[in-house]
Design a protein around this ligand. Structure first.
Ligand code: UTP
Length: 221
């Protein structure tokens, strides 16, 4: 199976134990599957972007800062994976495909301004003809509306690609925006019908349950 895993920066964090746990489980998966990982920027990216905005930096400039942080985080995971990982984060999806020819786990961050690493992962899943995209976020799945703002929000176990696009379409897409998936990611997985599972990445076990076909989080398809 070809698997693309998108791990939010706030999910991976900088706790060595958490990163080590992800690394050891990813190594296990890679013995049976082709594994690509896209790492996000998390709070560190948001903090840097916040400071840059204070200097009136453009949104695209802030995006470039976010991308730099995602690549730093990717390098932390590469360090924890050691020899089973391709040694540098590719900067494009095409370079990621080339890197995968090494037979190693490919870990990358962002690519270009205007979207988040979820979109990077969705496009990578398209390019790689992935069988599954797993999105490890800091919520336990997709809700009908933002559960932090609306106590009556309902978690969905399953959702169609079209419904996902509808839910996300209204959300604002500024640098550092905090969404379960960005609109580009939702549209890419819709147009290519990519089977996707959104899980709570704070529990690494859920990510690997999803990869093994167990019912966790929200299945999009
Ligand atoms: P993330 O993908 O981490 O955004 O990229 P996020 O979803 O807000 O954060 P977590 O990790 O899930 O908590 C951080 C920021 O980097 C820029 C965007 O500004 C994004 O919000 N970015 C990232 C890009 O502009 N292009 C990319 O390809 C990736």
């Amino acid at each position: 199976m070809i698997l693309v895993l998108s791990i939010g920066g706030s999910v991976l964090g900088r706790d060595p134990d958490r990163i080590r746990e992800y690394a050891s489980r990813l190594s296990g998966l890679a013995s049976d599957h082709t594994v690509f990982v896209v790492v996000g920027g998390g709070n560190v990216a948001r903090e840097y972007i916040g400071v840059a905005r204070g200097f009136d930096a453009s949104e695209a400039f802030c995006d470039a800062i976010g991308i730099a942080v995602t690549r730093l985080n990717a390098r932390l995971l590469i360090a924890a994976l050691g020899d089973v990982a391709y040694p540098v984060p590719p900067e494009t999806q095409e370079d990621a495909l080339v890197a995968a020819l090494s037979g190693r786990i490919v870990v990358m961050g962002g690519t270009v301004p205007g979207h988040t690493t979820d979109a990077v992962a969705a496009i990578l899943a398209e390019c790689a003809h992935a069988d599954l995209l797993v999105d490890a976020t800091s919520t336990d799945g997709i809700y009908t509306k933002d559960p932090k703002k609306h106590p009556d929000a309902v978690k969905l176990d399953e959702i169609t690609h079209e419904h996902l696009v509808e839910i996300i379409a209204d959300s604002r897409m500024g640098a550092g925006a905090n969404l379960p998936l960005d609109i580009l990611a939702a549209k890419v997985i819709e147009r290519s019908g990519i089977p996707t599972v959104v899980v709570d990445g704070r529990d690494p076990g859920q990510v690997f349950d999803a990869a093994c076909g167990k019912r966790v989080g929200t299945r999009v398809g």
